[in-house]
Design a binder for this molecule. Sequence first.
Ligand code: PEP
Length: 254
Amino acid sequence: MSRTPFIAGNWKMNTNIEEAVALIKTMQPQLNKIQGVEKVLCPPFISLNAARGVTRGSTVKLGAQNMFYEEKGAYTGEISPLMLKDLCDYVIIGHSERRQYFGETDDIINKKLKAAVTHNLKPVLCVGETSEENEAGQTKEVIGGQLIKCADKLYFMSGMVIAYEPLWAIGTGKNASGNEANRTINFIRQFISRMHGSGIANTVRILYGGSVTAANISEFMREPDIDGALVGGASLKADDFVSIVRQASEIKGL
Ligand code: PEP
């Protein structure tokens, strides 16, 4: 079953508009030359419009880092799917930093997923366990619970991507091994197969995220169930991100 590899850069709360545009302009000519990989950049909201101008006509796609589930109204500071739908293709939903610092629950995440697909935004749904849960051998239970609450069949039909991001590996420099990540991602695929059938499970792209760098991406891309990566810190360095995308293409590019 061939699945187009997917590499997304999550810039988190970094770069102003000028810096975001400059970073895209630095990466884009090289990214455009790399075939067979879907490349998505997720700058902060304020830069999406400028980024859209810079990426028009290129192979680089855009994603938002978050989104609220209501379309409009008295929700000070929030961004709605209606505001995003003409600016980007993807939206990251349920990133662990949202769960951890902004109190996002599976219920909220489910509402956001539903709102995203209603407005033709493809979600990148993040799941993952804490270090305590990992050490207690609860990884499968935790992720299974997240999938049951947040992974309706409808969302997969929209082209949803799943990112397995163990919390202990995000921004810590302590990545999971390729083998370890593949084992959990294989579990996620089997779980989705039991929930929605093998057709969906075999086509959904499942990424690894957590301290991915240009030095370790090949370890992940060589694993059979890993279809790409959600990259934080390393996606802010043009050479590193281009190298990650290039290696993904060399190993699994279609
Ligand atoms: C992330 O932001 O999803 C992430 C995985 O960050 P980092 O690559 O910096 O660990």
